[in-house]
Design a protein around this ligand. Structure first.
Ligand code: GLU
Length: 293
């Protein structure tokens, strides 16, 4: 994103980690870029803990994220937003879409969906929900249902990603994904969109493993007639073998760079800054310069 870009209104970014493990070094890099972009534009940077996966989210992981962010001096604006606490609001939006005809009840059973996937696999077709309940209204009494988005089927969507450039996907490739599960809990796809909207996020800067999700999220944003954020999907950090950096490569939590390797936060920041970005020959970049550049 060009530093000279004229941005109308206030810039709001966010870092939205799932607290399922330590604060990964790749997560710290995403947080840093969000922080810098917001500070450059005199905007706001928010922290949202995506703790909707109750089985995998842990208190120690939340503590590690807050601790790592504080150590790296990545101060966030306002209170930390805990996604799980917003579940009622997520459900409300699913029901709004249902009432407006932009979503529908799907009564397909897990067995039916497994059979569908098997058929698609056998026919070497991409696995996706076929919309079998999209136009039905013969709803059975007392049966479980999920709420699915009635996604557009014709045409295509182009995202003008600020890092990847324009990326186009045919709507035929996207299926009617689930918004609300039969137990009334929101899916990740729904929660992210509602929270970004309610938090006023203008720029979604995150790892490019989320680029595919952006097309589904945009369909949801358009169904709600909400303002569309600017997307910037940054390449992930990879190991020497080309695979996404993981524990297998010896990747550590941010705390280990401090406690085991004894690195200073300024050194970690400088390293992360220059991983995939640079400013001429500058090797040691101060915070002020980083914000400016
Ligand atoms: N919670 C997601 C993750 O940790 C990020 C979601 C997002 O940035 O939109 O990968």
């Amino acid at each position: 994103m060009s530093a000279t870009q004229d941005l109308p209104g206030k810039v709001v970014t966010r870092f939205a980690p799932s607290p399922t493990g330590f604060l990964h070094i790749g997560g710290a890099r995403t947080a840093l870029f969000n922080w810098l972009f917001a500070r450059h534009h005199g905007g706001e940077f928010h922290l949202r803990i995506e703790d909707t996966d109750r089985a995998r989210s842990t208190e120690p992981a939340i503590a590690a994220i807050l601790d790592g962010m504080t150590w790296l001096n990545l101060n966030w604006d306002g209170e930390v937003v805990y996604q799980f606490s917003r579940a009622a609001r997520h459900a409300e939006v699913a029901h709004t879409l249902l009432a407006a005809g932009h979503a529908y009840r799907c009564y397909a059973t897990p067995e039916e969906l497994t059979a569908l996937r098997e058929e698609q696999r056998a026919a070497r077709q991409p696995m996706r929900y076929d919309g079998r309940w999209r136009d039905r209204t013969d709803w059975p009494n007392d049966a479980d249902y999920v709420i699915r988005l009635k996604a557009p089927r014709e045409g295509s969507v182009t995202i003008d990603d600020q890092v990847q450039g324009p990326v186009t996907v045919n709507n035929a490739e996207l299926d009617d994904f689930v918004l609300l599960r039969s137990d009334g809990t929101p899916t990740y796809m729904l929660a992210v969109v509602v929270d970004d909207h309610d938090m006023g996020v203008t720029h979604v800067i995150r790892g490019d493993d989320h680029l595919n999700n952006a097309f589904r999220q945009l369909a949801l944003i358009r169904a709600m007639n909400w303002p569309e954020p600017v997307y910037a999907h940054i390449p992930l950090i990879h190991g020497a073998d080309g695979a996404k950096l993981s524990k297998r490569h010896g990747a550590l939590g941010v705390d280990a760079y401090r406690d085991e390797l004894g690195l200073l936060p300024e050194a970690v920041e400088n390293y992360l800054l220059r991983l995939g970005w640079g400013h001429g020959d500058a090797e040691i970049i101060t915070r002020e310069e980083a914000v400016q550049w």
